[in-house]
Design a protein around this ligand. Structure first.
Ligand code: GLN
Length: 222
């Protein structure tokens, strides 16, 4: 039976058509991977697709192939590192990220991008693409989780930041600070790597995912 493009039957036969449709740009949006071993990855997928990206969950090394950007979500950086090691992903992700793949790391994801981690597991090392020193769970027990309005570079009104056992950025070397809270950096960028101490995927505000996609699209043209 011939099936008209876009009909339900053709989509069923080619499930990725749904992803193209979600992209809202006829499938021309950049392909962004979301590391999906653990943590808050589904909300990132939703936010990226709402901004026009095509998304791919990354659980195996081969799923890094052809990506134009990568999101490393929040969760637990030590667990995520261990799972990446187990899945043979640690070195391929390191190579991709240090090789210039535009990468957004949120919370635990930012820890994984850092040059140095304090209060990590013995031997826990970041990919080093953000020249920052981060302290895991640095906001302390009393303020494990909190929310705050943030002035972020490039946004004309405050962004509602959701912080969950967030890391503290203790030192900044070559990275550019995009936002601070009480004087401490909570959003940083260096080249094609962006690190956020909070969870932009939980605030219902797509502007930071949009900003990241513009970085991805900029890298596409170079
Ligand atoms: N505390 C977590 C870690 O050390 C990060 C928390 C988060 O991603 N919400 O990895």
């Amino acid at each position: 039976m011939a099936v008209a493009p876009g009909s339900l039957a053709s989509r069923t036969a080619r499930p990725e058509a749904f992803a193209d449709e979600a992209a809202g740009r006829g499938g021309q949006g950049p392909v962004v991977g979301v590391l999906a071993l653990q943590g808050a990855f589904r909300e990132h997928v939703r936010a990226l697709e709402a901004c026009g990206a095509r998304t791919r969950l990354v659980r195996l090394p081969g799923e890094l192939e052809g990506l134009e950007g990568l999101v490393i979500p929040g969760g637990e950086s030590t667990t995520m590192t261990m799972l990446m090691e187990r899945m043979g992903l640690l070195e391929p992700v390191r190579e991709a990220v240090t090789g210039g793949l535009p990468t957004l790391g949120t919370c635990a994801g930012m820890i994984l991008l850092a040059r140095r981690i304090t209060d990590g597991l013995p031997g826990q090392v970041g990919f080093g693409v953000l020249d920052v020193v981060v302290r895991r769970n640095g906001y302390g027990r009393q303020v494990d989780s909190f929310e705050a309005e943030l002035e972020v570079a490039g946004l004309d009104t405050p962004f509602h930041g959701v912080f969950i056992r967030a890391p503290v950025v203790e030192e900044v070397g070559g990275a550019e600070v995009l936002a601070r809270l009480d004087g401490r950096p909570v959003a940083v960028r260096q080249g094609r790597a962006v690190g956020l101490a909070f969870h932009p995927e939980l605030s219902g505000d797509l502007r930071l995912h949009g900003q990241f996609l513009r970085l991805v699209e900029g890298a596409r043209r170079t």
